[in-house]
Design a protein around this ligand. Sequence first.
Ligand code: MLT
Length: 266
Amino acid sequence: MNLVAIHGYPLDHRLWAPLADRAARGELGAIRSVFAPDLRGRGRSDRPAAATHAMSLLADDVAQEIETALPKDAPFLLAGLSMGGYVCFELLKRHGARFRGRLRGLALFDTKAMSDDDASRAKRKEAIEAIRKDGIAAALAAMLPKLLAAGSAGSPAEEVARRMILSTPPATAMADLAGLAVRDEGFEVLAAWDRPLLVAVGDEDAITPPSDAEAMTAVATRAPWVKLLTVPRAGHLVPLEQPDEAAAGLAALAEAAERLISPTRR
Ligand code: MLT
């Protein structure tokens, strides 16, 4: 099975590298490969940044990339971290019917289903202005201290996070922030979701704390398998900070998804 994994703000595909490595080594259960596209305007994406990266726009991009990159009819699991989780909600809303026969499970890492309130929107505006004035260094100063658990300070995970932020073009980061401010909430999508669901969160996540993860699992009453994984010694970047825990969660999700397709399998 493939895993399609969507990164958060202001990051890129490198977020998922520890899991892609594990999949390549056969250490991710039924998941044999990880497809982690860069969202538009950064990294290996050939799509230019837009003025506003509405989550619907990013979801349409990802849907197209899935069609192109994955073998036709190949089953997959969908994962998103933070902004990537918001993109998953839009993808399910807009393209869920198209992928219904192939999409076997959903993994949400360090994200939430709530939309921005007025105070959060005002903060996004301030963040956009700071980047306009000082460049991507403003995003680094604002985000890096909040992204990782206390114990991840000075770790290789911190270095990868720093590099990802610094290689995000300022216009891309500003467009992401503009899109984040106007996103819809994801509770309805989760309430309708009827496949296995993994919700993983670092117990030190300062941006989307464990209470946000609990709120998502609470509404997912139609999902036949739900796992809330609270990961010790991790902040907002569980796949980078504690990749073994993330891998175990994803392997369990894949197993649940396979069991549902062939119920006699154990
Ligand atoms: C992210 O990590 O993608 C962002 O912090 C999400 C957000 O700010 O809502």
